[in-house]
Every structure is written in C-alpha cells, then in structure tokens.
Ligand binder design. Structure first.
Ligand SMILES: Cc1cc2nc3c(=O)[nH]c(=O)nc-3n(C[C@H](O)[C@H](O)[C@H](O)COP(=O)(O)OP(=O)(O)OC[C@H]3O[C@@H](n4cnc5c(N)ncnc54)[C@H](O)[C@@H]3O)c2cc1C
Length: 285
C-alpha cells in the first residue's frame, strides 16, 4: 500500500480544486483495505473514502486521512446469463465495454461519467430526476466491507431501497467492494450506437470544457438554477456554468472557499424564494 503525507489532491477530483491531503492511503487489494479500515476504526480515526473523485471537492487542507479506493479491485468477470461482477475500482466505461463484448448492455447512459463502479453504486448514479434510470435497476447484489468489524459479505440489492442519488450504503458504516449486475442481451452495434448517442448528448448539453463535478445540487428549483446560468455568478476561479444549469466550472486555481461562496449564493436565492435545495457534491474537509 502506498501512503503519502502532504499530497497534492488536485488530480484526485475532477473539480481540480487547490488542495493538500495531510495523509493519503492507496491500498492495492481488498485485504490491504480491510487491514487499514480496522486500523482506522481501532484508532477512532474518521476517514474519507474516495472513488474516482467525480462527486467530491476538497478543503484547502484535508486533515482527516483520505483512502483512495481506485486500486483496490479492478477486476471484471462475466458470470454468464447477463450477470457481471465488477470490482469497486473499475471505471464505468470499462464495465460498459466489457459487457458490450459479451453481447449485453443497459448501462450506456453512464458512459459519460468519469466515475468508478463503487462510487456509482454508493451514489446510485443515473439519468436525470424523473427518468427512472439508475444503476440500482441493474444491481443484483453488492459485496460489502463492514468498516467497524472488517466483515466482508455479499448482500442482495433491493431497488426500492435506493432513491434519486441515494443508496442504503450512505446511512451505514460500510464500503462497496464490488457489484453483481444483471444486464440485458444487446448486440455490440446497438451498444455502440447508445454509447455514441450518450456522448453526443453530453457534448451538446454538458459543459465539459472546464473541470467540474457535474450537478452541484441533487434537488432544487430549475428556474433558480437557470437564472444562475444566465447571471453566471463567479467567486475566484469558480463560476456557475453558462451552458449547463446547476454546474460549477473551475477556470483555474479554484478553492473550497470559492466553492462554498457560490453554493451559499444558490442556497440564499432558494431561501429568499421559499424554495429548498440539497447539495449533491460531497465535501471532504
Ligand atoms: C462530467 C460529469 C458528469 C456527471 N454526470 C452524472 C450523471 O449523469 N449522473 C450521475 O448520477 N452523476 C453524474 N456525475 C457525478 C458523479 O460521476 C457520480 O456521483 C458518481 O457516482 C461518483 O462516482 P466516483 O467514483 O467519482 O465517486 P467519488 O466522487 O469519489 O465519491 C462520491 C461518494 O461516494 C463514496 N464512495 C466512492 N466509492 C465508494 C465505495 N467503493 N464504497 C463506498 N463509498 C464510496 C465517497 O465516499 C463519496 O461520498 C457527473 C460528474 C461529472 C464530473
């Protein structure tokens, strides 16, 4: 396992905020992760568990240990009959391509996410609210590491236990080690068509030109979001996107303090209009 002190965190999040981690661990197997988790639990240390960093922003200095889960389990297996197992560190694009080769599909709408399988399960990644498509629809079971006891087990995933960008694991002290997914038979050509369609939609509607973390809020008023798109408020190097509602782009050396100022403006605007909003992005401090 690699361990770093005072490590730059810029490459660890797609938002690329200026940040340093006092302690960063990179376990390279499930066993190393389990030992580390038990050590942290016995020392009563609170950790930040990090996937591909596409939904996370960092404080200028993160004092709590950060554990990078991207080297823990990068394995993919075709279990037959449309069932696939993917380790938590697998990039979602690799899973989609692997299933495509086996003649299965159904997850192409996630192809544009710079995310890991573990992060997608934990966040229940999917399409926009109301479209009813998320990774939970394909989950058969999840391999879990219980953080307090170090126990590893497989549990059945019940789609009704998941909500919009929420999973049952968010309320527990556990990590997702891997997922068993059930996909549908689909020709490789059809999968390719859906991948290209997804990429085209992203190019058209999403502001991929700047580092970002996708949608900032998972709940809010779409008219307020749109107003911010046109007003384009800025703080330091960060600004709400002109192209995509509810996105913040990093134009340079953005920091968490800039991020918090912009988020605060959006929250105040909602409050003034008697509306509610809820942050989707996770803040590691
Ligand atoms: C350009 C862009 C487009 C996006 N589009 C979408 C979209 O269309 N739909 C959508 O749903 N999201 C979207 N997102 C947001 C993001 O990709 C998802 O939330 C994704 O699920 C995060 O996965 P990750 O591996 O990056 O997790 P991270 O951002 O690293 O972590 C997110 C949370 O998951 C936890 N976590 C990560 N891995 C594990 C694990 N193995 N076990 C337990 N907890 C874990 C972390 O502790 C953290 O709380 C987008 C982001 C970007 C940058």
């Amino acid at each position: 396992m690699k361990t770093y002190r005072d490590r730059s965190l810029v490459p660890y999040s797609t938002m690329r905020l200026q940040a340093v981690g006092a302690e960063v661990h990179e376990p390279e197997s499930v066993e190393e992760l389990r030992e580390l988790a038990l050590r942290m639990a016995s020392g009563r240390k609170t950790c930040h568990w990090l996937g591909a960093g596409s939904n996370v922003v960092f404080a200028e200095r993160v004092k709590s240990p950060i554990v990078d889960l991207m080297h823990v389990d990068d394995s993919l297996s075709n279990l037959g009959g449309g069932r696939f197992r993917a380790g938590c560190s697998v990039r979602i694009q690799r899973l989609v391509r692997f299933a495509q080769k086996g003649g299965y599909g159904g997850l192409e709408y996630l192809f544009s996410l710079p995310a890991s399988v573990g992060g997608c399960v934990y966040m229940n990644a999917g399409r926009g609210r109301g479209l009813g498509q998320s990774i939970a629809n394909h989950l058969e079971a999840v391999d879990i590491l219980e953080l307090d006891t170090g126990e590893i087990h497989r549990e059945t995933a019940t789609p009704s236990a998941f909500g919009y960008r929420t999973s049952p694991y968010q309320a527990r002290s556990c990590l997702v080690l891997g997922a068993i997914l059930r996909l549908s038979p689909q020709s490789p050509d059809e999968t390719e068509r859906k991948i290209q369609e997804r990429l085209e939609t992203s190019r058209k509607w999403l502001d991929a030109g700047l580092p970002s973390c996708g949608s900032v809020f998972k709940r809010g008023n779409k008219f307020v979001f749109r107003a911010f798109r046109w007003l384009h408020p800025r703080s330091g190097a960060l600004a709400f996107s002109r192209k995509t509602s509810n996105w913040i782009g990093n134009h340079g050396a953005g920091t968490l303090s800039d991020f918090k100022k912009l988020v605060g403006k959006m929250q105040r605007a909602h409050r003034m209009l008697g509306q509610e909003c809820e942050l989707e992005i996770r803040v590691f401090e």
